[in-house]
Design a protein around this ligand. Structure first.
Ligand code: 5RP
Length: 225
């Protein structure tokens, strides 16, 4: 088991029978879905709201029941990955482009468990990963200029063939590099949110409760904030 599988599988233990889950996105939470799928195969009913089309497809294939947000007012538990997480559980998310739905789902969950490999734990956000910001395509050039004024270098996310990347919501992503990392994540999140044309930023502050860190030797560190 590598670090991702260790963390992803360990977090599935937080999903108690009967809970309504938020199902995150990415290659670490993939292992949470696998573990939940194994429970379905043993006869348990597992249900949740998916944060991306990718997760929806995987969950459906594993027999996990999918719910829409019309059907739920809150979630018992969300399990998701992160691109960076610090000691206060502040995070950069959105490497997989699912930040908007991930933030909606995390904000509805009574408990949020984050699963990461040890390489994702940082002392300062923005030092190993650019901050994704989801923007309305029409406003992208103007948003990029406004983001630069906040001290970063925004780059338009594109596919390998150069085609413009689009999120599940039809929006563009600007990946914003901060040369010295991010000073004040909460303030920056608020400043980005005020730019017209921004749909959501990948800064997640005050949303996570438990951090599950996996290691390649199969060890796992669980910390509750
Ligand atoms: C997707 C995300 C993912 O949770 C994040 O990118 C981590 O992914 P992985 O577990 O594959 O490293 O925020 O938008």
């Amino acid at each position: 088991m590598d670090a991702k599988e260790t963390a992803g599988r360990a977090a599935a233990a937080y999903a108690l029978p009967g809970m309504v889950l938020g199902l995150g996105t990415g290659s670490t939470v993939h292992w949470t879905l696998v573990a939940l799928g194994e429970r379905v195969a043993r006869g348990e009913r597992v249900r949740g709201v998916a944060t991306s089309v990718d997760t929806e497809t995987k969950a459906r294939a594993m027999g996990i029941e999918l719910l829409s947000l019309d059907a739920v007012e809150s979630l018992d538990l969300a399990i998701d990955g992160a691109d960076e997480i610090d000691a206060e559980f502040r995070m950069i998310k959105g490497g997989g482009g699912a930040l908007l739905r991930e933030k909606v789902v995390a904000s509805l969950a009574r408990q949020v468990v984050i699963v990461v490999g040890a390489n994702k734990v940082v002392t300062r956000l923005g030092t190993t990963f650019a901050l994704p910001v989801e923007v309305v395509p029409f406003a992208r050039p103007m948003v990029a200029r406004r983001l630069s004024l906040l001290g970063c270098t925004p780059r338009v996310r594109v596919h390998k063939d150069g085609a413009p990347y689009r999120t599940d919501n039809g929006n563009a992503i600007l990946d914003c590099s901060f040369a010295q990392g991010i000073d004040q994540p909460a303030e920056l999140e608020r400043a980005i949110d005020t730019i017209p044309g921004v749909v959501e930023s990948g800064l997640f502050v005050g949303l996570a409760h438990v951090r599950v860190v996996g290691y390649d030797d199969g060890r796992c560190d669980v910390v509750r904030l």
